[in-house]
Design a protein around this ligand. Structure first.
Ligand code: FAD
Length: 466
């Protein structure tokens, strides 16, 4: 057991919290969306929360933690869904929320600290020069930009710009290493893949340079269809319209909209599937013409509704907010993350709808993937047992629809089911003692782990905590 009295003394001058209830609060994220992770991670907690205000305080904290062999798990706002920010080996939670300054804004780019909340970053770039981030998670109102880069993938705006791992969607990251004498590295180009979506396992991001796009007062629209597949075909056709500027296209199957979108319920009929959309104000005329031609029913428009008071943004019906809204009404629901590789993505969706019906109510996100329009899905799952959940995953995979499993806390199992050699090599260089966010990179703990054997990985440190 590390000597925390000594550690606290050495950290003097930096904000720390050791009240067990408050430490436990900052040791959670939205892991409980998954009944599997809820069972596995419920008892996880750190020993100490450290909240640096500057890069110099980050360096000091890492140096002290390294000297005492104490694990450090970075945290933005804790809105991740896979226990990414949860300290599986106790130790320190490094809360970056107070490193929240915007440093510079230029035409097409912004430089900021990692802890700024994404909506606040957009507010400042918009006020400065009518610019905004190219895309953001649906948690923009609470999540930090650092947490998005280290733990997220894409979101609202990905229909135009693709995802975080696409070259050019992050410009530069400044990273502090976990060594006896922490180094500060500036990463650009392909080197950015070393730390983006690495869950903070191989460096602490202390400065971020992101590209910007023109900001608009996006109009929220809901388009209704009686048949979910009509909504999907409309979404696909709209996504392929070259001239209509959209930021979000999410078809969502009945009964989800009427049953779970409480604030939008007055605008939705029972049994109606909807497409949640964000349209640039100057694109509304062509958009309406297109939607009329496609026989879509406009059920809601934020630019004509009497009052938006109490009505959430359209993007807060989409991405994992769809799941959140369903969970608020029916806590037994969970979800999956599915890819429907093109060019026959619509046919793949139709097949899954036919197989599962209301056991897996559909929810898709149209995105640009390697230059092509595609859809990925976050369908709901009416959860019964972990065995049935595994069956549902297998049936998707057997039909050519890969699953990014949101019921796993490791990078590999939640992603491509293989080691990311670049991230592993970087960890060897930056975190020789393996103290950063332990248990999240299987390749570090168990290089011989066989992903094809169909077994789930159980981090030994976690087993000890359970
Ligand atoms: P955290 O959850 O605090 O951290 C995420 C990961 O990053 C952790 O592994 C943490 O250790 C690491 N980390 C945090 N800060 C740093 C740092 N400075 N340096 C190194 N590592 C760091 N995700 C999407 O991609 N798109 C979506 O549209 C989306 N929608 C969501 C909707 C809901 C309702 C919920 C609950 C989640 C959603 N998410 C989505 C997941 C999550 O909200 C986002 O990825 C979010 O950007 C994470 O930011 P955060 O500040 O909460 O990060």
């Amino acid at each position: 057991m590390p000597d925390y009295q000594m550690i606290k003394k050495e950290l003097e001058g930096i904000a720390i919290e050791d009240n067990p209830a408050l430490v436990r609060q900052k040791s959670r994220d939205f892991y409980w969306y998954s009944p599997v992770l809820k069972r596995q991670l419920d008892s996880v907690t750190a020993d100490l929360v450290v909240t640096p205000k500057t890069e110099e305080e980050v360096i000091r904290t890492l140096k002290i933690a390294y000297a005492h062999d104490v694990p450090v798990t970075p945290r933005g706002a804790g809105t991740g869904n896979y226990g990414q920010a949860m300290p599986l080996s106790r130790g320190i939670v490094l809360n970056l929320a107070n490193m929240n300054k915007v440093r510079e804004i230029h035409p097409g780019r912004v430089i900021c600290e990692p802890g700024i909340v994404i909506a606040e970053l957009d507010r400042q770039t918009k006020a400065h020069s009518s610019q905004e981030l190219r895309f953001h998670p649906s948690t923009a109102q609470t999540a930090t930009i650092g947490g998005f880069i280290a733990g997220g993938s894409g979101g609202v705006g990905s229909i135009t710009w693709g995802g975080l791992r696409d070259l050019g969607n992050i410009l530069r990251l400044r990273v502090v290493t976990m060594e006896a004498e922490p180094r500060v590295l500036d990463l650009t180009g392909w080197d950015l893949t070393k730390v983006s979506h690495a869950y903070g396992t191989n460096g602490i991001i202390t400065e971020i340079e992101m590209p910007l796009a023109p900001a608009y007062d996006w109009v929220d629209v809901l388009v209704g269809y009686d048949d979910f597949m009509d909504a999907v075909r409309y979404s696909d056709a709209l996504a392929h319209c070259n001239g209509i500027l959209v930021k979000e296209i999410a078809p969502i199957a009945a009964p989800i909209p009427y049953a779970y979108f409480s604030r939008h319920k007055p605008f939705i009929r029972e049994g109606q599937s909807v497409v949640a959309l964000m349209i640039a104000p100057h694109a509304m005329d062509p958009f309406l013409a297109f939607t009329r031609q496609q026989k879509g029913e406009i059920t809601f428009r934020s630019d004509t509704v009497a009052s938006m008071k109490g009505i959430p943004h359209a993007y807060e019906l989409a991405w994992n907010h769809t799941t959140l809204r369903a969970l608020k009404v029916d806590p037994t629901i969970t979800y999956l993350q599915v890819q429907y590789p093109g060019p026959d993505h619509v046919a793949k969706v139709a097949k899954m709808v036919e197989i599962f019906g209301d056991e897996v109510p559909g929810h898709l996100e149209f995105i640009r993937f390697n230059g092509q329009i595609q859809c990925s899905g976050l369908p709901l799952v009416r959860f019964t047992t972990e065995e049935r959940l595994e069956d549902i995953i297998k049936i998707h995979q057997d039909h050519g629809c890969p699953i990014f499993n949101p019921h796993r806390y490791t990078l590999e199992e939640g992603g491509m089911k293989q080691t990311d050699a670049v991230q592993l090599a970087f960890k060897k260089e930056t975190d020789p003692k393996g103290l950063l966010n332990p248990g999240k990179m299987i390749a570090w703990d168990n290089p011989d782990f066989d992903f094809s054997a169909g077994k789930n990985y159980l981090f030994p440190g976690l087993a000890a905590m359970m």
